[in-house]
Design a protein around this ligand. Sequence first.
Ligand SMILES: Cc1cc2nc3c(=O)[nH]c(=O)nc-3n(C[C@H](O)[C@H](O)[C@H](O)COP(=O)(O)OP(=O)(O)OC[C@H]3O[C@@H](n4cnc5c(N)ncnc54)[C@H](O)[C@@H]3O)c2cc1C
Length: 499
Amino acid sequence: MEMAGNKATTEQRTEYFDVLIVGAGISGIDAAYHLKKECPEKSFALLENQESFGGTWLTHKYPGIRSDSDLFTFGYKWKPWHGDPIARADLILEYLNECLEENDLARHIQYSRKVQSASWSDQDRRWTLTVLNNATGELTEYQCNFLWMCQGYYRHSEGYTPDFPGRDNFKGQVIHPQTWPEDLDYTDKKVVVIGSGATAATVIPAMTDKAAHVTMLQRSPTFFFPAPNRNELADTLRELDVPADWVHEITRRKVLHDQKILTKRSFEEPEKLRAELIAGARQYLGNDFDIEKHFTPSYRPWQQRLAFVPNGDLFTAIREGKASVRTDHIEEFTEKGIQLKSGEELEADIIITATGFNMNVLGDIEFTINGKPLEFSECWAHRGIMFSGIPNLAWVFGYLRTSWTMRANLVSDFVCRLLKHMEETGTDMVTPELREEDKDMPSLEFVDAENFNAGYLRRNIHLMPRQGDRKPWVFSQDYYTEKDEIAEADLEDGTLIYK
Ligand SMILES: Cc1cc2nc3c(=O)[nH]c(=O)nc-3n(C[C@H](O)[C@H](O)[C@H](O)COP(=O)(O)OP(=O)(O)OC[C@H]3O[C@@H](n4cnc5c(N)ncnc54)[C@H](O)[C@@H]3O)c2cc1C
């Protein structure tokens, strides 16, 4: 809890660490693991705003909350996953807890610490952070040489809800999945879920056990990928008593291989893939269901995240009549529910706005560089990890298509290699800068819309740094090229300036 009304006081004490990691979610824990292993002489701490670890998997408490990536790749390379591929949040948190315990990382995390500002000084060659202790309301100063931003890419305090006309007319409850009231009783209630992304696909079948009926209301259809929640290869290897770390690594490689083919097909033969995905839905819903209207998206498969539906549970709920779909536009909220543009009024006791999240940049932290406020959108992204003009800082922005963690892992290796390189060369400051020959680069969006065009990115892309048209200023969002490019990155290519 933040002490909103209390006047904060600044403690005199300043804590110094070689590296500070902001956030104790999947990325922060990966960063800490690598740092401890690769750079054991560096002192470090993780500053986490929440009262526990896990980030996304702690914040979200809606019914059924689960990953939509398989845990062989969403889990870490260094810690085998023993369960089914798609996992509920509580199992992900259990896995992360084991990661902390087994590697003695828990003692490095400081909870209820909200980083409010960060300023770099060339003169001091360090970052100074102002950090709010949520429990006491005190502000403390922390300093570090290197700042590792593992704060994710969205605001945890509240989700994104569009401004629906007539919102106040509605007499029932309106709930965003990101701020789910844990005591919400939806027994025998008519529920309308607005949206058709992974969250809607999760929450709908999870609510049909108690709700009178759940309606998914979507403006436009999404691609879903129904399949059993098991990995045959992992099951076979386990049956053969293959050691757990082998099962993990082999299955991981197979998943990545299969996803590579899927991604390639989404560019090379999108129509064929589209037909297969639609046939997948048809298998569950039968010939009489209007798949054309409700499950045939206009975008290319994989241009937005492909929502995995374990065991086809969403489709089963629809087939059994416990859930239904409307593809329509909202005219306004009414006293009793939602008036649709087609003329129908959808009655509801509870409306769930599964309408996504608010992207934020650099954790809503106020940044200054040598006293000047940082304009992040004017920076050039260096391999999508560091940023021109910002010394000693890396941000983990994971993959949007492949599991996020795959990129967190590449970034961890890169940062540790960079820190070791600086140690070896006797420098303590590194800043990405454009070379003379880079200065004519076209300024392109951080994530190319043709590649990936999810709504939250399109709404906020103007806040993000830019990418160029040549290495290392390109951010391809492609694991299969980055896994070699980042691993082999030349740290003396003239774009990283050491002092
Ligand atoms: C519901 C949902 C499901 C998802 N499912 C998947 C999936 O299946 N596969 C996938 O690849 N991706 C998924 N994602 C994307 C997901 O965010 C990432 O995969 C991953 O969990 C991000 O980990 P992270 O540690 O980088 O960030 P987060 O999980 O966002 O954690 C960041 C942490 O930083 C802390 N923090 C932020 N700002 C500050 C600050 N100023 N001071 C101190 N602490 C701060 C936050 O409190 C938080 O604990 C999902 C996202 C959502 C919202």
